[in-house]
Design a protein around this ligand. Structure first.
Ligand SMILES: Nc1ncnc2c1ncn2[C@@H]1O[C@H](COP(=O)(O)OP(=O)(O)OP(=O)(O)O)[C@@H](O)[C@H]1O
Ligand SMILES: O=C(O)C1=C[C@@H](O)[C@@H](O)[C@H](O)C1
Ligand SMILES: [Mg+2]
Length: 202
């Protein structure tokens, strides 16, 4: 199991790993974009560990995300999320898939930008809705019109996610294909950055 659709050239894996160095590859984006699903595959493809901030929050609190929202409210959840991500960012390289709201926190965003390499998995409302409507595990969508709520979050958050180092479009194709695109994009980014640096020196 390579995590991608097997089309990834070994050179791309090496180049992507070199780009990261000891940094974490941090997935950001809205609920349903595929941060957890694709992140796990990219970690397998790069042969580095995978961590998911929502899962880590659930592990340390011994409560589910909906239970945390219900018992303590969103502000407490956000404070815990920021603490957990700060800790997770100290060890690398690994793939860190964050919860949808994590990168919206200014301090977390600054930390991710400073100490990690961030990828925004961007998806259209229809794709997101198709995925999140299958499960009711997202407390922010427990509203009268969850699709409209998701649309509003998209409007508010997309300009913020855009600060990520790289954007990859998450579409209605198998997650293995998106994982392969992420690795190819990382390698392309590394090569472009290197070319720019060499041009500056010339
Ligand atoms: N490219 C894809 N093709 C098909 N299904 C996908 C794809 N990416 C993700 N999915 C599915 O969509 C659902 C949501 O994906 P996932 O949980 O990875 O989203 P997320 O970005 O981590 O969301 P959250 O912010 O809520 O944690 C999952 O059931 C996952 O298997
Ligand atoms: O987009 C969000 O704000 C959230 C996304 C999920 O990953 C969870 O972290 C939680 O449901 C909140
Ligand atoms: Mg997730």
């Amino acid at each position: 199991m390579t995590g991608t659709d097997d089309s990834t050239p070994p050179g791309d894996i090496e180049t992507a790993r070199r780009l990261l160095g000891r940094r974490n590859l941090v997935f950001v984006g809205l609920m349903g974009a595929g941060k957890s699903a694709v992140g796990r595959l990219v970690a397998q493809g790069l042969n580095i560990p995978f961590v998911d901030s929502d899962h880590e929050i659930e592990r340390v609190s011994r409560m589910s995300v909906p239970e945390l929202f219900q018992a303590y409210g969103e502000p407490e959840f956000r404070a815990l999320e920021a603490r957990v991500i700060k800790r997770l960012l100290k060890t690398g390289p690994r793939v860190l898939s964050t919860g949808g709201g994590a990168f919206i926190n200014e301090e977390t965003r600054a930390l991710v930008l400073r100490s990690g390499f961030s990828v925004w998995l961007k998806a259209d409302l229809d794709v997101l809705w198709e995925r999140v409507s299958k499960r009711d595990s997202r407390p922010l969508l427990k509203t009268e019109n969850p699709r409209a709520t998701l649309s509003k979050l998209l409007d508010i958050r997309y300009p913020i996610y855009a600060a990520a180092d790289l954007t990859v479009q998450s579409r209605d194709v198998p997650k293995e294909a998106i994982a392969a695109e992420v690795i190819a994009s990382l390698a392309a980014h590394a090569r472009a950055t290197k070319a720019q640096e060499q041009e500056k020196l010339a």
